[in-house]
Write a protein that binds this ligand. Structure first.
Ligand code: BJW
Length: 230
């Protein structure tokens, strides 16, 4: 039995039409992360931050999972060993493709969290400032997103899966944001690691194998190879 951990980043959703962060045209080429993706930014200008997440949440209605998302859902269904998908993405494309054994380590656009009572709510609409929490009525809801300086979600489960991994596949991530960028260095010595990206990531030298090209083409081929040996 082979334990498989797959890590994905913004590159896997690029062919669905969602901008990445650091590529030309990426979100961090147009906006400053310190203005939008930190707790301090939210405290300073909640309307700006909520509006940015409202726009990105609304954009999800305009995009569909691509062949790479669908192939990973197939891999989960047909893989004979343990399987865990860890995504840094806050979009809902993996879930809509059918992935279930999944951790969204940086949170989810379609969830909000109450800063007063901690309740997490599914949220598909806009989030106006001071909307009361459905659980406690406090006007303290925020996007359920992991901003810079905050702890990514489900880290103990992710670390346990990495410790037991025999195979690690990283897809469409630049390898610049930690802790995810460090996962390839946390694998047991025997584990095989494969990176799929249109260009070598910042941590590419830690992988056994690099496959260069678009995820929408390379991931279905890799999944076929892993499941059918060719
Ligand atoms: C394709 C493709 C195609 C394109 N096919 N490929 C100094 C040193 C080390 C660490 C730190 C440091 N200073 C601060 C830190 C910590 C900080 C950090 O890493 N900062 C770095 C920028 C230096 N990290 C944190 O603060 C994290 N928390 C933390 O560390 O807590 C402490 C702790 C944790 C654990 C243990 C102990 C302590 C939190 C990070 C939160 C990240 N948040 C964001 C935004 C919020 C979500 C949102 O609004 O969407 O998450 S930032 C942004 O970057 C987003 C992404 O999830 C994340 C990663 O980006 P990703 O996915 O890699 O996208 P890109 O655009 O960078 O890359 C896309 C790639 O795809 C490229 O390589 C393309 O080539 C490729 N590609 N098209 C295949 N078709």
């Amino acid at each position: 039995m082979t334990n498989l951990v797959v890590l994905t980043g913004a590159g896997i959703s690029a062919e669905s039409g969602l901008a990445t962060f650091r590529d030309p045209g990426g979100l961090w080429r147009r906006y400053r992360p310190q203005d939008l993706a930190t707790p301090e930014a939210f405290a300073r200008d909640p309307e700006l931050v909520l509006g940015w997440y409202d726009a990105r949440r609304a954009q999800l209605a305009e995009v569909e999972p691509n062949p790479a998302h669908l192939a990973l859902a197939r891999l989960e269904r047909e893989w004979p060993g343990e399987f865990l998908l860890v995504t840094q993405n806050v979009d809902d494309l993996h879930a809509r493709a059918g992935s279930r054994a999944m951790i969204q380590m940086h949170g989810a656009l379609k969830r909000v969290r109450c800063q007063a009572c901690g309740a997490v709510h599914e949220w598909a609409a806009a989030l106006p400032r001071a909307t009361p929490c459905p659980a406690c009525a406090a006007p303290r809801l925020r996007p359920d997103i992991v901003w810079f300086g905050e702890m990514p979600m489900d880290m103990p489960r992710i670390m346990a899966a990495l410790e037991d991994a025999d195979l690690f596949v990283s897809i469409g991530t630049s390898g610049t944001v930690y802790p995810a960028a460090g996962f390839v260095r946390m694998l047991p010595p025997h584990a095989r690691s494969i990176e799929v990206n249109t260009e070598a990531s910042a941590v590419a030298d830690g992988f056994d194998e690099l496959r260069q090209g678009p995820a929408g083409v390379l991931v279905p081929a890799l999944v076929e190879e892993l499941l059918c040996g060719g």
